[in-house]
Design a protein around this ligand. Structure first.
Ligand SMILES: Nc1ncnc2c1ncn2[C@@H]1O[C@H](COP(=O)(O)OP(=O)(O)OP(=O)(O)O)[C@@H](O)[C@H]1O
Length: 725
């Protein structure tokens, strides 16, 4: 990185600086001008008289709609409008029109802007021309002579630097915009992730700009920028394939609601609103409040692919003929639904197309028609006093508009009339509910998980007895008060699909972050929302902490129905300071064994890691002191993390009196994918290293950008001591 040769010591008065300073002002003035022109035309449309021809009304609505969309695309908030400039080595030939101005340098920014004559003032970072800004290296200069990095704050240029790409002897692995990158990496964190658009590195850019209709897996250890790549790729795809993705949209999936909150401001800060960011359980419509599961056995079972067979069978079990005949009083007659008739109705439903709830109509039509034919043949005359009573009521029931048989009516007319009346009859619907009920996922799952007999009927051939026991809900629970788990919501979504309750939205591209823990059943939730083979999957097998940990990428991917994918590794760690990277590397090798590859930590900060033994009685106080010290040391954030399942400990440390705007308290699953300046790991004291605890420790420890303290409640386990030695 070099400064402009004419720079004086503070670099503020050089000719280049002045020139860029003026350019930044010009670009902001153009942005303001464009915004006020759009606002003006929208205002004019709003002031038009309300009435007018339908054509005029339509035009006005379109003007308002387009103005609002254009304004939202020009929204850069407090972020710099532009941050880079590229100078071309050779000007492109101007063969597309005589007298065209040949552009030899471009400014790169968050959005595209042109001057009054239509020449680009700022080029959107996602446009093809901007690619060289991120990717050019000395070995592959991509026709760049020089690359500039502009630091802009509050609409003014405050710093300027450049790199020469020709005539320099730097190696190809050079970081792009080193000074800006380091400044970004060293800044204190907030509880919301920041975008990296100004400092995207070449290998990240290459992944961000991969074409749409592919499945790629991006793996990398913690801090290699997977989430950053995921979000910038979403913004890139929406921009580049706008005409295809405008309606369908792009979906980014994260591991939890806290993760969704953590990343939610990145896409708006990139000026992109066409991307939905959700957790998997947050995908289902209508939304169900759910919490992460606590019982690993039930969690594993509910995520197991066998559940799709159990649920399919459970739905079929609700499509069942009557065991005994049922009488339906109808006028002065009794129509009998025999087991044999109900069986034929079920068979008609089973062989029809569509899903369970839609096929109910077929069953209903079949049954009503058969009964109407019976009616035509005379049915049975009612004799029982109860029936007669009901018949009398039926006869005077306004709703029952009994078919009046006129001589000219054809048999078909009469049948049609009877069918209509039967369908409105409560007794008839009651029979329908017995043989082919209309199913709602919540009630259906609640019934299934509450009754051993139903579970055994549905799952007896694929689940063992102890597995059925593990799935059973507490018999005291009521549907109105049940707390669904995230895994239950995955099952609800499967049931929706089986019964045809809600048709899920299909996205043009789906990006799945932290995919290592996606259960096979959750993969089906995603697959139902994905257009074929247009997926970006990101994750790290060493960070798998769910009951499905220990799988290979092929195993993770198989329930997605994708067999053709490319696996790419991100090579650099942008998060961990040296000491933490070293310990993390050690843990990674213990978890993955010989397959563990090491990423290059690029930060120079040493960082710190210490251990504390605290007794339960003074744990809260000691944590508070540590948190206070960290908060005074830097403006950043702190996380207090306990192992998953340590509910009591979590409740205890929630008592810490801390600044909630900067301190986050959670178990390991709740901090997956997130980042904090300092992290306290609390209660990881297991004498023997277990696979799960090591993985959880790995996830928790690698959240920190500066310091980690491990608080043990008994003593420092030997395996931890030897690892830290
Ligand atoms: N090119 C870059 N410029 C500036 N910051 C970067 C860049 N790449 C990554 N970072 C920063 O590095 C940190 C780690 O990135 P990110 O959270 O995307 O990593 P990750 O691979 O998803 O980690 P994990 O596996 O732990 O979820 C973030 O603060 C991110 O902003």
């Amino acid at each position: 990185m070099a400064r402009d040769p004419q720079d004086n010591r503070d670099g503020m008065t050089s000719a280049a600086f002045e020139e860029e300073h003026a350019y930044v002002e010009l670009a902001y003035a153009a942005l303001d001008g464009l915004r006020s022109r759009i606002e003006e035309s929208m205002q004019q449309a709003l002031e038009l008289p309300r009435g007018g021809t339908p054509q005029a009304r339509l035009e006005r609505d379109v003007t308002i709609e387009t103005s609002l969309t254009r304004l939202s695309r020009l929204e850069v908030g407090a972020h710099p409008l532009l941050f880079g400039r590229i100078d071309l080595a050779e000007a492109p030939s101007a063969d597309d029109g005589e007298g065209d101005k040949v552009q030899t340098s471009y400014h790169i920014g968050r959005i595209s802007l042109s001057d009054d004559s239509g020449d680009p003032l700022v080029v959107d970072w996602r446009a093809p021309v901007a690619e060289a800004f991120y990717r050019a290296t000395v070995l592959h200069p991509m026709n760049l002579r020089r690359r500039w990095h502009l630091a802009v704050a509050q609409r003014h240029l405050v710093g300027l630097e450049y790199e020469d790409l020709v005539g320099s002897d730097r190696s190809d692995r050079e970081l792009v915009g080193r000074a800006s990158l380091y400044a970004a990496l060293e800044r204190p964190r907030t509880l919301e992730m920041a975008n990296i658009v100004e400092t995207i590195q070449a290998d990240q850019d290459e992944l961000i700009r991969r074409p749409l209709n592919r499945t790629i897996i991006i793996e990398g250890s913690p801090g290699t920028g997977k989430t950053a790549v995921a979000l910038h790729r979403a913004a890139y795809l929406v921009y580049t394939y706008r005409w295809r993705l405008e309606r369908q949209g792009v979906l980014v999936l994260g591991p939890s609601e806290s993760f969704v909150r953590y990343v939610r401001s990145v896409l708006p800060s990139l000026g992109e609103s066409g991307v939905e960011v959700r957790s998997i359980s947050g995908l289902r419509e209508p939304r169900v409040d759910s919490t992460p599961g606590v019982d690993p056995i039930a969690m594993r079972l509910k995520g197991d692919l066998r559940m799709s067979r159990v649920l399919r069978k459970a739905v079929r079990d609700r499509e069942r003929p009557l065991k005994r005949p049922v009488n339906i009083p109808f006028g002065s007659r009794i129509l009998v639904v025999s087991p044999e008739l109900s069986q034929r109705a079920v068979t008609a439903g089973s062989s029809a197309r569509g899903r369970h709830n839609q096929r109910r109509k077929v069953v209903e039509a079949f049954l009503a028609r058969e009964l109407a034919i019976e009616f035509l043949r005379g049915g049975q005359l009612s004799t029982s006093p109860a029936d007669l009573n009901e018949n009398v009521i039926n006869l005077f029931d306004d709703d029952l508009d009994l078919p009046l048989q006129l001589p000219e009516d054809s048999e078909e007319d009469i049948i049609r009339d009877v069918v209509l009346q039967l369908r409105r009859l409560e007794n008839f619907q009651r029979v329908m509910d017995r043989i082919w009920p209309s199913l709602r996922a919540e009630e259906f799952l609640f019934d299934l998980l509450k009754h051993r007999s139903l579970l055994r009927l549905a799952g007896g051939s694929v689940l063992r007895d102890e597995e059925i026991d593990a799935l059973l809900l507490d018999s005291e629970l009521a549907l109105e008060t049940i707390q669904w788990s995230d895994e239950d919501v995955v099952l609800l979504d499967e049931i929706d699909a089986l019964v045809g309750a809600h048709d899920p939205k299909i996205f043009g591209h789906v990006i799945v972050d932290e995919a290592q823990d996606i259960s096979p059943m959750a993969a089906r939730v995603i697959r139902r929302r994905t257009s074929k083979d247009s997926l970006t999957i990101l994750g790290d097998l060493a960070q798998a902490i769910s009951p499905f940990r220990g799988r290979s990428w092929s195993e993770v991917l198989s329930p997605f129905g994708v067999s053709d994918f490319e696996l790419i590794r991100l090579p650099m760690n942008y998060r961990s300071p040296r000491r933490l990277a070293e310990v993390a590397d050690h843990l990674r090798r213990r978890i993955l064994g010989s397959q563990a590859l090491t990423e290059v930590p690029i930060r120079t900060l040493a960082g710190s890691l210490d251990t504390v033994v605290a007794r339960q009685v003074d744990l809260v106080e000691r944590l508070e002191r540590q948190v206070q010290a960290w908060l005074e040391e830097s403006e950043g954030t702190v996380a207090l993390v306990v192992p998953d399942g340590a509910q009591d400990l979590l409740q205890l440390i929630c008592k810490c009196q801390v600044d909630v705007a900067r301190v986050f308290v959670a178990s390991v699953s709740g901090v997956k994918g997130m980042e904090f300046d300092s992290v306290a790991l609390v209660g990881f004291d297991v004498p023997e290293e277990g696979d799960l605890l090591q993985r959880e420790m790995y996830v928790a420890l690698t959240r920190a950008t500066r310091s980690v303290s491990m608080f043990f409640l008994n003593s420092i386990p030997g395996w931890v001591e030897s690892m830290l030695a």
